[in-house]
Ligand binder design. Sequence first.
Ligand code: AMP
Ligand code: ZN
Length: 489
Amino acid sequence: MIEKHNLQIYNSHSGEKEKFETLHPNFVGMYVCGPTVYSNVHLGNMRTFLSFDLVFRYLKHLGYKVRYVRNITDVGHLESDADEGEDKISKKARIEQLEPMEIVQEYTTDFHEVNALFNIQPPSIEPTATGHLIEQIEIIKRIIDRDLAYESNGSIYFDVIKYNQTHDYGELSKRNIEDLIANTRTLEGQAEKKNSQDFALWKKASPEHIMRWPSPWGDGFPGWHLECTVMSTKYLGETFDIHGGGMDLKFPHHECEIAQAKGAYGKNPVRYWMHTNMLTMNGQKMSKSTGNTILPRELISGDNNFFEKAFDPMVIRFFMLQAHYRSVLDLSNEAVLASEKGYQRLMATYTRMAEMPVSEESTFDLQEWTKACYAKMDDDFNSPMLIAELFEAVKIINQINEGTLKINEQDKAIFKTKMKEFIEDVLGLKPILNEAGNQKLTQAVELLIELRDQARANKDFITSDQIRDKLKHAGIQLKDGKDGTNFSL
Ligand code: AMP
Ligand code: ZN
């Protein structure tokens, strides 16, 4: 299966589309920077995770065995990229008067629930920064041994100038180190750095800092960039196939990851860098820091001031897939309404494919259509172009139903399978239920609610929680109230 394809990936390191060749035949190692779990993920974050879900799904569809690692940042992400300010999680914990790990737990759970709502598949490994402190300390020692980091007042900094003498700091972001230095003010508190561009590998914890661990350099916590170098190389090797994240992470985060990995192992860590473009709202990047955000649940419940009505998560998924991952996508009422119409049209036709009349022979070229679909996805995961091909299929199906085109039994089976593969497996879209399907589902969920009530009456909370959690994972939320349990699909 894999050989027949000619997948091209836009490598943001080279700035070109390149033929995708894996390090190990048939295996793909992919690392994507996960969320910093100090608040609810917004739709902008979800666009990035959804884009890599498409990549993950398509690679698997092509037959690759994919090890997809997506981390959870639960320590080390400071408020400012210049190693200044409070740790985002510590700050939230202080404000809410909670343990940092309570914050981490709450927003990791939220992230998982939102992923399930959007039918985003879980990664193969989801490591946390706090789970890899020993490895982080070890890699710092290696970088110090290679004379590329120094200690200053209990913190360890990466020596960017020294590194740049033998490497190219700026190779990914195409920034020039002289310009970087000239354009950075030395901020207060940065005096312990030799140079303003140096970045923290380890930060000394002040006495009031709550997230702290012992190290050879005293109590402290790891720098943000380090966790990704450690977790990607630990699970995927010192060099791996794909590294992804939003465009806003290119600098400094990913630039620093390259420097750390080359500094520690002397190897280029990543073969293909993939960066997703931003979701905007009113033309402005959706961002937690500016407050220009909509949470997935606000969109789905309709409880927001921006949209006229509530939208199904599948409509949002479809809306996002209608843009290429490297294009900016602006969220607007009109655009999502148009996607909703398109989605309903596509799915209505798709779910009724079984009713297509069959003839002795086919009068259109199914293979050509299939080839065109693959060509679109092979061209740097061009989902909007694949969707255009799916609308071509809608036309063909309508013509078959009207009798202006014919399809034979065998082609009908292949056509149905291919549509399922593209719509459900690759794009991850779920069919809309028709009236009868809805009724059946409602009956089945009501039965499960009854069984859960019985389990609860028998104090069998393992079973009752299992029913609730599994339904939630399937996107069905149970709500217990005074008058019994309701649910929303
Ligand atoms: P964070 O939790 O801030 O580290 O962000 C998690 C991921 O979401 C990163 O890969 C970001 O690049 C990405 N991201 C943040 N804002 C947006 C946005 N408006 N559109 C697309 N991706 C975003
Ligand atoms: Zn990262």
